[in-house]
Design a protein around this ligand. Structure first.
Ligand code: FES
Ligand code: FES
Length: 229
């Protein structure tokens, strides 16, 4: 539960860290807040107007009717911090890094040569990560839709899609239709030369990421049981 002192403040979470703002400026967007105040510069400033997806983060909130946590990707450049009360934000720093361990999305995009200058990559990763949180084995259509708001000026998109398509569900694993031996991600990995983290086959739930950070937001909705992500 929020303490009385906290209840009058703006409160949200970034990668599990509790953020309290006493006099939040309604004109401040999440993107500059992340980059300048929290020094989380993995979220990139591209267009600043919702057109490029370089600033994509995942927002997790509690559905007002079902009381379940919902996840969606959003452009941080368009999100006023004052709209985030009670929400949990996940940035690219929150899912993995080369100094700790890459998330499968990061690793597979990299191994498929889907990152060149790298400026668009955090946004691509977070769009794909958000999709996997909702659909651990997405269809190609869902992948294409999820990445539809992310622009890349280097790769031509194909390598990015190649990395992401390794998460596809079996029926939609278009790379292997030619020989009819599709066996899900494992076979896709062999075919495409893209492996899961440390060469391991990733189960859907671990591919989509374990329960990271978002359980904090239940603290502010105490009637909802825990672990309902
Ligand atoms: S910076 Fe381009 S969409 Fe946010
Ligand atoms: S890798 Fe350079 S913009 Fe996508």
């Amino acid at each position: 539960m929020a303490s009385p002192a906290e209840s009058s403040q703006l409160l949200f979470y970034v990668n599990g860290r509790k953020i309290l703002e006493k006099n939040a400026d309604p004109e401040v967007m999440l993107l500059p807040y992340l980059r300048k105040k929290l020094l989380l510069t993995g979220t990139k400033y591209g267009c600043g107007g919702g057109g490029c997806g370089a600033c994509t983060v995942m927002v997790s909130t509690i559905h007002t009717v079902t009381k379940k946590i919902i996840h969606y990707s959003a452009n941080a450049c368009l999100l006023p911090i004052c709209s985030l009360h009670g929400a949990a934000i996940t940035t690219v720093e929150g899912i993995g890094s080369t100094s700790s361990k890459l998330h499968p999305v990061q690793e597979r995009i990299a191994k498929a040569h889907g990152s060149q200058c790298g400026f668009c990559t955090p946004g691509m990763v977070m769009s794909m990560y958000s999709l996997l949180r909702n659909h651990p084995q997405p269809t190609m259509q869902q992948i294409n839709n999820a990445l539809g708001g992310n622009l890349c000026r280097c790769t031509g998109y194909r390598p990015i899609i190649d990395g992401c398509r390794t998460f596809c569900n079996k029926e939609d694993c278009c790379q292997l239709k030619e020989n009819g031996t599709c066996n899900g991600n494992e076979a896709t990995d062999k075919h495409n030369g893209v492996n899961g983290v440390n060469g391991q086959h990733e189960e859907p739930n671990s591919v989509s990421g374990d329960v990271r950070f978002v359980h904090f937001i239940y603290i502010y909705t105490p009637c909802v049981p825990e672990n309902k992500t």
